[in-house]
Design a protein around this ligand. Sequence first.
Ligand code: ZN
Length: 263
Amino acid sequence: MKKLLLTVVLAASLLRVDSLFAWGPKGHDVVAYIAEQHLTNRARKAIDKILDGQSIVYFSSWMDNIQNSPAWEGGYDKTKTWHYVNVDEGKTLDTMEREPKGDVLTATEASIAAIRSGNLSDSLMKDHLKMLVHMIGDMHCPMHAGRKTDLGGNQYKVRWFGEETNLHSVWDSKFIESYRKWSYTEWQQMLDRADKKERAAIAAGTPRDWTLETVDISKAVYAGTVEGANLSYQYLYDFGPLCEEQLLKAGYRLAALLNELFG
Ligand SMILES: [Zn+2]
């Protein structure tokens, strides 16, 4: 009986890992952990207080897990579209019809404004901080700024080392998991090597600038990915530097934003 239970638990946990979405927990953990290395003492203390001593890494994927919960003061079901923005071919962020319930850029700007307002309850402050940590990550994931016509690459079929999947899923998790077998702390150790001046240059700009940049990057990813192709080592080689760069940029930018809000 005990053995059977263990098998069931194991099978359930495997299933769960397989069905996760959005940069994947690994990508979000890497981004949050890089950011955490560059918080000022003041920001670190303020964030520590808001999160009851937990790390921002601890909450980096929280926003993916609450999408169907109606229990939030603000209604978590409202947050479903806040993970991405879509720009179709021949359109720009300005000419594209945006999600009426908000997208990753409008929701990020709203969370920043809410935190700045200074009149949030403790629990809403905590929620907006956790969302910001997640959304800055998603904002740098190429297929989170993909086309609406294929649902951000979800309907752009490809194979990944022979297995049928889609471009969104490749960029959320399959790429990063295949590229390196590093833990999130090892990813940080390997990537986070820019000096202060370089970090400041990367962190310059606004969430809107960063989103525009990801829109361009997603166009390059579409251009470099043949629909239906079997992607494998060559694809890792071609896009590895881009994957690393997006994680690093997201980490530095999140740190700068949190230092500005809480430092
Ligand atoms: Zn997400």
